[in-house]
Design a protein around this ligand. Structure first.
Ligand code: FAD
Length: 317
């Protein structure tokens, strides 16, 4: 068995990559198949995950659109539809700012394809990114809509927005390597996108995992103490049982004996506003100490990266 300390990495460069690359890089974390990434691997991978309904993978690429309208009245239909999982702002009477994931834009079309702005958005996106719409969009629906102009806003422009818009429209992904108890708490934050290493598919007896189970060093027990010895013994025995079950059963069956201390990888993708909310809850004195162990230093890093947004947040000691 292997014991590692918890850690995290801000995936700062993720949003600089193409939408397809972002989706593939994050999606492969579930299967720990990052070694299979090649210059051509993204389209077949994305087609496969969409076909199987593993839709949360398509939440890992967000883009921002500026929508100019000939008339103010046109936006009423869109607001009345209450599109889900978007950040939608009215910049002025005839201009909207809309951020959402590839998944959100796909489902917007599926649910509201009769709305003129939705048709214009889908036409714009499907023209540039046919891969994301080929399974849901009949060719005849690709018609230019008069009176609506859609344009993608580059990240460099999002970065220059006033703080209130920037916090809503700038998304950041963080990859955590923590125990299963911590990820179980993180995934309670509903507005975020998540992808997690799958114990159903990952078979830790395989050589790619070093033929062993990895556990996260517990914050609560110091090495050299009797408590740590008991914890270590429990993990070693669990690993033995898990490996023996794998001789006759699948990973998804054998994983039922794995404990909370098991190492897992999780990508959390959210806008800065949601990160603010998570930091407030998850660095507080009442939060799980193992959660605070990663969230407090992560907040320090966010303060350095986005001073205007996180400066005012302080950690209770
Ligand atoms: C110290 C601490 C102890 C906890 N203990 C427990 C526990 O014992 N058991 C347990 O089950 N959970 C526990 N939790 C989890 C907690 O109840 C929340 O589920 C979790 O922190 C997610 O945060 P959130 O509910 O603020 O919203 P998020 O899911 O992060 O959502 C962000 C915002 O979206 C809005 N929102 C999202 N979904 C809805 C909705 N369906 N309806 C209305 N508004 C919505 C809210 O405005 C919310 O503030 C604990 C959390 C903390 C920090």
């Amino acid at each position: 068995m292997k014991v590692v300390s918890p850690s995290y990495e801000i995936l700062k460069d993720l949003d600089e990559q193409s939408l397809a690359s972002r989706i593939e890089v994050c999606g492969r974390l579930c299967y720990k198949s990052e070694d299979k990434i090649t210059p051509e691997s993204a389209p077949p991978f994305i087609r496969r995950i969409l076909k199987h309904g593993h839709n949360s993978v398509a939440e890992m690429a967000v883009l921002t659109l500026k929508i100019d309208l000939d008339s103010d009245a046109m936006s009423a239909q869109l607001f009345a539809a209450q599109p889900k999982y978007f950040q939608l702002d009215r910049i002025d009477k005839k201009t909207l700012l809309m951020s959402g994931s590839v998944r959100a834009f796909r489902e917007l079309f599926l649910e509201h394809h009769t709305i003129k702005i939705v048709k214009a958005i889908t036409t714009y996106l499907a023209d540039r990114h046919p891969l994301f719409f080929e399974d849901i969009l009949p060719k005849r629906a690709l018609v230019i809509q008069q009176g609506v102009n859609v344009e993608k806003i580059p990240l460099s422009e999002v970065e220059k927005m006033p703080a209130d818009l920037f916090a809503k429209h700038r998304y950041i992904a963080v990859k955590f390597i923590v125990n299963r108890a911590v990820t179980h708490e993180m995934v309670r934050h509903r507005p975020c996108g998540f992808l997690q290493e799958s114990q159903r598919y990952c078979r830790y007896s395989d050589s790619k995992f070093g033929s062993q189970v990895t556990f996260i060093k517990p914050l609560f027990y110091q090495e050299g103490t009797e408590e740590y010895r008991i914890w270590e013994q429990a993990m070693a025995e669990t690993e033995k049982l898990y490996v023996s079950l794998l001789e006759t059963s699948t990973a998804q069956a054998a994983r039922t004996v794995l404990p909370n201390s098991c190492k897992t990888e999780l990508i959390v993708y959210a806008n800065l506003l949601q990160w603010y909310h998570m930091f407030r809850l998850r660095t507080s004195k009442g939060a799980d100490p193992s959660m605070r162990e990663v969230m407090i230093p992560l907040l320090d890093d966010f303060k350095k990266e986005f001073p205007g947004i996180f400066d005012t947040l302080s950690v209770e000691s």
